[in-house]
Structure formats: structure tokens, C-alpha cells
Design a protein around this ligand. Structure first.
Ligand SMILES: *[C@@H]1O[C@H](CO)[C@@H](O)[C@H](O)[C@H]1NC(C)=O
Ligand SMILES: *[C@@H]1O[C@H](CO)[C@@H](O)[C@H](O)[C@H]1NC(C)=O
Ligand SMILES: *[C@@H]1O[C@H](CO)[C@@H](O)[C@H](O)[C@H]1NC(C)=O
Ligand SMILES: *[C@@H]1O[C@H](CO)[C@@H](O)[C@H](O)[C@H]1NC(C)=O
Ligand SMILES: *[C@@H]1O[C@H](CO)[C@@H](O)[C@H](O)[C@H]1NC(C)=O
Ligand SMILES: *[C@@H]1O[C@H](CO)[C@@H](O)[C@H](O)[C@H]1NC(C)=O
Length: 347
């Protein structure tokens, strides 16, 4: 063995570790969507008519979500949502100050997850819209929105991640970006995108009792959406998988896939810890003084049927402050699960 100067070795090692060693399926290998800048960058010009579709999910102060470019239900605009960011970045639109009323930013070893409450009529989602689910797959295989891309620097440098999912309606969203994987949990499984009728609380279990607070926490890793442990054999956990019930017609034949019994909750709710709170999330940009008015918030009296059920048991008071560890009870799953693992849905 030859010996190297320690300083040189360290330099090489740190440059490599920032980029390398992602499990297959974690990093996006395709090209960037055509409406997007080539790289994520902070401090781009404010353009509230931008059609850029590049999210960055870096911190509670610096993240983006997709929402419509003009007033439209999510289900009508899935293919052409645009990026809205807390900071001017990625040539995207900025989220007007006062839109967000509570945000929980969770870092885990497998994904980064952001939950938010707010008035998303300011992001062109009509009052009462039940919303929907966005992901990098979609009917055309090029994402919903088409060419939508997601980066995070949570692993040490900006990376384009292949798998993510965003559920958003007029007053709540939840977003998960899968930043690592292993032989048990692929990024595709941990960001599983075919449970669009289930709510945030099921697909991304966690503490939903944060409206009014802005917190950043570490969190344990959830089971992939719809996975339930059934047994442990030779130290390996076996799972059953819930598939959303779906009927459709293909080649003139009707078919049914999925489970007829829909579970009411994820198997367990991961604990979060090391929470730090911030007063609010704000970019301080006076959009009105720049001659930009946010879209009319036209609240109507219609009572929405909410898709985003909060997991029960989360009603304990949420101090959410400082370093208090937050432990949430294991939700016992009682419905019967039939073994439909592995059946693909045709949408
Ligand atoms: C951009 O998104 C498309 C559609 O999901 C994907 O195929 C591609 O790999 C992504 N590219 C980057 C650089 O993230
Ligand atoms: C804002 O974005 C739109 C859509 O991408 C683009 O057509 C327009 O030129 C941009 N405005 C400026 C001032 O760059
Ligand atoms: C959204 O959907 C509702 C219910 O279908 C409909 O009444 C409403 O007009 C839609 N809003 C927009 C802006 O398209
Ligand atoms: C990631 O982005 C945040 C927020 O913009 C920034 O403060 C931080 O320095 C960045 N981290 C890395 C490792 O680049
Ligand atoms: C994969 O990651 C999960 C969550 O971090 C962990 O529980 C599991 O043991 C890991 N599996 C392997 C094979 O390392
Ligand atoms: C969150 O808090 C805001 C401000 O108090 C409130 O207007 C809004 O209705 C709350 N959202 C939900 C979903 O409870």
C-alpha cells in the first residue's frame, strides 16, 4: 500500500460522499422537464406567472409545492401544476406571505417530509377543493405535472430525486421526497403513488396537530404506504400490502383490483424528536407593492368533503416546542387485509 497525504485523502473522500452511493432508484436519471431551469438555484427573479415545475425541498424556510397556475381544481390541473416556493428560487413563483398557517418539516433516514396547513386559495386552489395526488409517474409516464422535478440538499448537496408524492387540497398538503433506499424499502415503495383516495394521515402518518406552529423535527421512518407487518421469519419482517380498490374497463372487459376492505389507518405513526420551532415561514416580499395581487380568494359557503382525515389519537395538546420528544400512540389496525400484494393498478 502506498500512503497518501491525509489532507488530500480527506478532500477526495468528502467530495465523493456528497454525491455518491445512492441505492438504485433513488436518483432521477432522466432529463429535467422542459419548463425547468437546468439546476435548482436560490435568488431567481420573482415571476408570478412562471410555469417552472421544479421543487426544492431543503428546509422549513426553503421548500416548494405544486399548485395550479390559475384558479383550477387539482383534479383538472394535475398535468400542468406549477412550482410555488417559500423563497425566490428555480424561476418559480413565490408563496405569498400569510399563505401558510402551520408547517412541519421532518427529516428521516429514508425521506424528507413536509406537512402544511394554509389558505391555498392564494395558490389558485378553489375553496373546498378536495384536491388530489401528484407524483413523477402520471398517465403519460412523465409526471403529474408533466416534467415536474424535485430536488433536495438534505443528503449534503442538491440531488434530483426520482420518487416523491404530494397530496394537496385547499387547506392542507403533505409532501414526501424519498432520499434513500435499501433492499427492504425501495424509493418507489416508500413514495408509493397509487393510494390517491387515501389521505395524508394514512399515506404519510405523523403528527398532524401542528396548525399554528412551524417546526423542524427528526422522525422515525414509517412503513411504506399500505404495508402491514404480518410475521417475522428468521429475523425478517414479512408484510402484506394494501392495494386501493379500483374497477375499470380494459379491452371491453371490466376488471377489479385491490382490496375491498379499506384500512382506517397506517400500522403505526412514527415518533418525531429534536423538534425546533420557528415563528413563521416568510420571504418578506411585498407582492402587492410590486403590482402583483394574489388571486382572489373567493371563499364560498360550500362545505367540502375532506379527503384528508387526520389520524385519530392526535388530539393531545401539541406543545411542539423546543426539544420535547413527541411520541404518538401505535394505531392498531383491525380490518382484515386480503393478500393482494403486487397487483398493479391501471392508472
Ligand atoms: C424529471 O421528471 C421526469 C418525470 O418524472 C423524470 O423522468 C426525470 O428523470 C426527471 N429529471 C430530473 C433531472 O430530475
Ligand atoms: C415569467 O414566466 C413566464 C412563463 O414561463 C414567461 O413567459 C415570462 O417571460 C416570464 N417573465 C419574465 C419577466 O421573465
Ligand atoms: C371545482 O370543482 C367543483 C365541483 O366539481 C366545481 O363546482 C367548480 O366549478 C370547480 N372549480 C373550478 C375553478 O373549476
Ligand atoms: C441546503 O439549503 C438550505 C436552505 O436553502 C441551506 O441553508 C443549506 O446551507 C443547504 N445545505 C447544503 C448542504 O447545501
Ligand atoms: C432499510 O431501512 C429501514 C429504515 O431505515 C430499516 O428499518 C431497515 O432495517 C433497512 N433494511 C436494511 C436491509 O438495511
Ligand atoms: C389552520 O389555522 C388557521 C389559522 O388559525 C385556520 O384559519 C385554519 O382553518 C386551520 N386549518 C385547519 C385545516 O384546521
Amino acid at each position: 500500500m502506498r500512503s497518501f497525504a491525509p489532507a488530500a485523502v480527506l478532500l477526495v473522500a468528502s467530495a465523493r460522499s456528497a454525491l455518491a452511493d445512492f441505492y438504485p432508484g433513488v436518483i432521477a436519471t432522466g432529463t429535467m422537464g422542459i419548463t425547468n431551469p437546468p439546476q435548482p438555484s436560490l435568488g431567481t427573479m420573482i415571476n408570478q406567472t412562471s410555469v417552472a415545475r421544479l421543487l426544492s425541498v431543503n428546509s422549513i424556510e426553503d421548500f416548494c409545492i405544486f399548485a395550479p397556475p390559475y384558479m383550477a381544481n387539482i383534479s383538472d390541473s394535475e398535468t400542468f401544476e406549477v412550482a410555488w416556493c417559500t423563497q425566490p428560487r428555480n424561476n418559480a413563483r413565490v408563496i405569498p406571505d400569510g399563505t401558510l398557517t402551520g408547517v412541519s418539516f421532518l427529516k428521516t433516514s429514508a425521506y424528507v417530509q413536509v406537512y402544511g396547513y394554509g389558505d391555498f386559495t392564494k395558490l389558485n386552489i378553489p375553496y373546498g377543493d378536495e384536491g388530489g395526488e401528484l407524483d413523477p409517474h402520471g398517465a403519460y409516464g412523465s409526471g403529474n405535472p408533466i416534467g415536474g422535478n424535485v430536488t433536495s440538499n438534505i443528503t449534503g448537496a442538491d440531488e434530483n430525486f426520482a420518487e416523491w408524492m404530494l397530496y394537496i387540497d385547499y387547506n392542507q398538503f403533505c409532501l414526501r421526497v424519498c432520499t434513500s433506499a435499501n433492499s427492504t424499502y425501495s424509493a418507489a415503495a416508500m413514495c408509493w403513488h397509487e393510494l390517491d383516495e387515501m389521505g395524508c394521515g394514512f399515506v404519510m402518518p405523523g403528527n398532524y396537530n401542528y396548525n399554528g406552529t412551524f417546526e423542524t423535527c427528526d422522525a422515525d421512518v414509517a412503513y411504506p404506504p399500505g404495508w402491514y407487518p404480518t410475521a417475522t421469519v428468521d429475523g425478517t419482517t414479512l408484510f402484506s400490502t394494501f392495494a386501493q380498490y379500483y374497477t375499470g374497463v380494459a379491452n371491453g372487459q371490466s376488471y377489479t383490483v385491490g382490496d375491498t376492505v379499506t384500512p382506517t389507518a397506517a400500522y403505526f405513526t412514527p415518533s418525531s424528536s429534536n423538534c425546533a420551532t420557528t415563528a413563521t415561514v416568510s420571504n418578506g416580499i411585498a407582492l402587492a407593492s410590486l403590482g402583483i395581487t394574489s388571486s382572489a380568494s373567493g371563499s364560498t359557503a360550500s362545505v367540502p368533503k375532506l379527503k384528508f382525515e387526520h389520524s385519530s389519537g392526535g388530539s393531545s395538546s401539541n406543545g411542539a416546542a423546543g426539544s420535547a420528544s413527541q411520541i404518538y400512540p401505535v394505531v392498531t389496525f383491525i380490518a382484515l387485509l386480503s393478500g393482494f400484494a403486487g397487483i398493479a393498478l391501471f392508472h
